[in-house]
Design a protein around this ligand. Structure first.
Ligand code: PLP
Length: 454
């Protein structure tokens, strides 16, 4: 191998892009994005894209907020970095703010990404049981759900239930297993939504019993499964999961990396089902994409499991260099205050309902549209080649539809690399500030693309 050879001179640049096959980029020029404001990204050539995905469903307050930039500048001048074992005001204030918003006593451990927040949650769950569990227990297993995405680090990827996403990085970290999530659109037709919710909860309980409850540390789930295809659980599922976890001494982790900070039409996803987890993870909307920051928030009974004598080795043995970064913390505080001031969770709920009503009206009868679902400002449109059999629409057609939307200036996504042959859910999750006019444009563009795909 000639390691001195200059790297790939025929590619447009030396950037290795995520989730991207680079071969088609050989000799191609790549559009460069230059700036953004509100829900719109502007390319270097002046063309404008309506971002129907809020980046990676994270820019909740929209692009170009000067008040956040000002907070970041001030914090950088004052204290640009602090080792996280030391304390500074923005980070303490952010932890206090999370407790105020969540409404129960809790402690927050900060890191820089959703994957890290989930890794921390898994380690916290394991160490908690080691220190607080009953004699004879060795609780280390983490149960998660098929289709779910929990991140790209080895533990978070092991919890991820997406076969395509894991291919190539396996074998996965040991100690993780999966159960089926509720999936109302594809549930057995004879089951009512409640019966389906009950059945899926029962599958979780069976998994815990069959694994041996004394080996299971935690169950992780998103309140609404986002990247797995926008799957809203039946109303009884989450309360039943809470009961099962309590019955078997299993910690419940809510991954609110996507659902936190207004996206589901409530400040947090769990509010809708009125059930709390023992551990919550937040990232994307925490600072609305203006700075990398994530939080693993534990309720007090979990935190207490880590207290003890100075030399007891009960402290959390975990640190992230950029955890609780002063600038990211200050930025997060400002982003959260915008969500509150501008009542963006309410806007997400109202305009999200409007979006789904428009979709139902304009594309609901299209032969490729199997299901339109979502909550707040997160919507999935499941595409099928046959509405009777619900056979998923093939990848090339789904890609053609998304390509046509982008050509018309609207960026939408899909549940990429989820289950082989089932990456057929179009994802719509614009910033929470999106207007009805912008929603009209998203719906009209998708309707036109669907028409052209027949
Ligand atoms: C539900 C969920 N959890 C965790 C993650 C991982 O977050 P990050 O990409 O910041 O590591 C994601 C990312 O999309 C996510 O959607």
């Amino acid at each position: 191998m000639d390691t001195n050879k200059t790297m790939a001179p025929d590619y447009p640049d030396h950037l290795w892009r995520p989730l991207t096959q680079h071969s088609p980029l050989r000799g191609a020029s790549v559009p460069i994005m230059k700036s953004a404001e509100g829900c719109t990204i502007t390319a270097a050539n002046g063309s404008r894209i309506l971002d129907g995905l809020a980046g990676l469903w994270c820019v909740n307050v929209g692009y170009g907020r000067r008040e956040i930039a000002e907070v970041a500048r001030r914090q950088m001048e004052q204290l640009n970095y602090l080792a996280p074992i030391m304390s500074c005001e923005p980070t303490i204030q952010l932890a206090d703010k999370l407790q105020e918003l969540l409404g129960f006593p809790c402690h927050s451990y900060f890191s820089a990404s959703g994957s890290e927040a989930n890794e921390a949650a898994f380690k916290i769950a394991r160490q908690y049981h080691l220190q607080s569990g009953k004699p004879g227990e060795h609780r280390y297993k983490i149960i998660s759900r098929y289709r779910a995405y929990h991140g790209n680090t080895l533990g978070a990827m092991a919890a991820t239930g997406q076969a395509e996403r894991r291919t190539g990085s396996e074998p996965a970290a040991p100690g993780f297993l999966h159960v089926m999530p509720p999936y109302p659109y594809r549930a057995h037709p004879k089951l009512t939504p409640e019966e389906h919710g009950e059945e899926c909860a029962r599958l979780l309980e069976e998994a815990i019993i069959h694994e041996g409850a004394n080996t299971v540390a935690a169950f992780i789930m998103e309140p609404l499964m986002s990247g797995g295809g926008v799957i809203v659980p039946p109303d009884n599922y989450i309360p039943l999961v809470r009961q099962i976890c309590d019955r078997h001494g299993v910690l419940l982790i809510f991954d609110e990396v996507v659902s936190g900070f207004g996206r589901l039409g409530t400040m947090f996803g769990y509010e809708r089902w009125k059930e709390q987890a023992d551990i919550f993870t937040f990232a994307k909307g925490l600072a609305s994409g203006y700075a990398p920051i994530a939080a693993t928030v534990v309720k007090e009974h979990v935190f207490e499991g880590f207290t003890g004598a100075q030399d007891s080795m009960r402290h959390l043995r975990q640190i992230n260099t950029f955890g609780g970064h002063p600038v990211s913390s200050a930025v997060a505080l400002e982003a959260i205050s915008i969500v509150e001031r501008e009542k963006l969770a309410d806007n997400a709920r109202d305009v999200g309902n409007y979006l789904r009503a428009c979709l139902a009206e304009q594309i609901g009868e299209h032969p490729y549209v199997g299901d339109i679902r979502g909550l707040g400002m997160i919507t999935g449109v499941e595409l099928v080649s046959d509405r009777g059999t619900k056979a998923p629409l093939g990848d090339p057609v789904v890609m053609k539809i998304l390509g046509a939307c982008l050509a018309d200036g609207v960026l939408l996504g899909r549940n990429a690399n989820t289950v082989p042959g089932r990456c057929n859910v179009v994802l719509i999750a614009p910033p929470l500030i999106v207007t009805r006019n912008e929603v009209d444009r998203i719906v009209a563009t998708l309707a036109k693309a669907l028409k052209g795909a027949i």
